[in-house]
Write a protein that binds this ligand. Structure first.
Ligand code: CTP
Ligand code: MG
Length: 335
């Protein structure tokens, strides 16, 4: 009651943009950190090429999609063309190579869904996870990075949403909440749906980038330097967009029937995807279509308990944006 109607009009919310942008700026990694990452990749690649000439290392995930905060671990993919690869053997071999080159905390995780080698570079302090031939992840990383170049508000919104999700404990896939990747897709979809739109749908445009990964064709328009003014007709401020984002997921999203789809820039019905009932452990309580692996619902790890937590957190955030005297603090309070 005390806080009712605290923010009655748009300009009251807009005024919060300055402090939110300060938080965003404080999360962006400095250029020297990026340089250290590139240096590490180059030296790891040298080691790998000695064993497998022609192998290449790619950065993917937050360190390459431009949605990474300062000091995060880096995700690396080893691309190697060998007939009949045994990933388990390869992972073990990789671990041996790194171990004998003074890298620390080297661990081969061969039983994980995606087998990886973990290591830490003592010189830079950077930790990384290396997987093998996960080409789709490299391609979806490029899609996210390309979207980020169209309108700055995407990067700002996604950083703040990720920061909120980490602070509130709802960015933990192993506990049934959403991945960072899922949150960024939610932000892209949300900005595609603003009117006027802030982001286009790159996969619905004439493709300028086409790759085939296994049996999936990945095609989209990637000349994003030509789209720099795309969102200019929409003047919504970052604070307003944050309020609208949380309000959408708190009060407007049709959890019972709708799937959000960055690929089409719109919605698909759960029925059309046959995501209406639980299949195995996939419950489809919040549905986010992967832009390339379209049978993949990024919300499938959410269960009947964590969906409640998530929706309560969206409501809390929407409420804070609307009524709290100091949203820039309260929103990110640890749970
Ligand atoms: N990825 C994917 N499918 C998923 C989850 C992740 O393809 N279901 C890939 C994406 O390329 C994503 C990368 O793995 O960019 C890393 O995922 P994640 O750790 O969720 O995101 P990051 O962007 O690395 O976020 P963080 O800053 O939290 O590490
Ligand atoms: Mg990561």
């Amino acid at each position: 009651q005390r806080m009712r109607n605290y923010r009655e009009c748009r300009s009251d919310i807009d005024r919060l943009s300055t402090p939110f942008l300060e938080i965003y700026e404080s999360l962006v990694p400095p250029e020297e950190e990026k340089a250290k990452q590139r240096h590490l990749i180059a030296s790891l690649e040298k080691l790998v090429v000695k064993e497998w000439p022609g192998a290449q290392l790619y950065l993917y995930g937050s360190c390459a999609n431009s949605f990474g905060v300062s000091k995060s671990d880096i995700d690396v993919c080893l691309a190697i063309e060998e007939p009949d690869i045994n990933k388990t053997e390869l992972i073990k071999k990789l671990a041996e190579i790194f171990e004998s080159d003074n890298l620390e905390n080297v661990k081969a995780l061969t039983r994980a869904r995606v087998p990886i080698v973990k290591l830490m570079d003592p010189e830079s302090g950077i930790s990384c996870d290396i997987c093998i031939n996960n080409v789709l992840a490299v391609v979806n990383t490029k899609l996210l990075r390309d979207y980020a170049q169209i309108d700055n508000r995407l990067r700002q919104l996604a950083f703040l949403v990720k920061h909120w999700a980490k602070s509130r404990g709802v960015n933990e896939t192993y506990r049934g909440t959403l991945s960072s990747y899922a949150y960024v897709l939610m932000c892209i979809h949300f900005l595609q749906r603003r009117r006027p739109a802030i982001l286009p749908c790159l996969q619905e445009m004439e493709p300028t980038y086409i790759v085939n990964v296994d049996d999936i064709q990945c095609a989209f328009f990637d000349k994003v330097e030509n789209l720099r003014d795309f969102g200019a007709g929409n003047k919504e401020s970052i604070a307003y967009l944050m309020w609208a984002f949380f309000d959408y997921w708190a009060h407007r999203h049709d959890y019972a029937n709708a799937v959000i789809s960055v690929r089409t820039g719109g919605f698909i019905s759960k029925r059309a995807k046959d995501w209406t009932r639980r299949i195995g452990n996939d419950r489809h309580l919040i549905c986010i279509e992967d832009p390339f692996e379209t049978s993949h619902d990024l919300g499938r790890i959410v269960d009947k308990f964590t969906i409640k937590t998530l929706r309560e957190e969206f409501e809390r955030a929407a409420d804070i944006m609307q009524y709290d005297p100091d949203p820039c603090v309260t929103l990110f309070e640890p749970y």
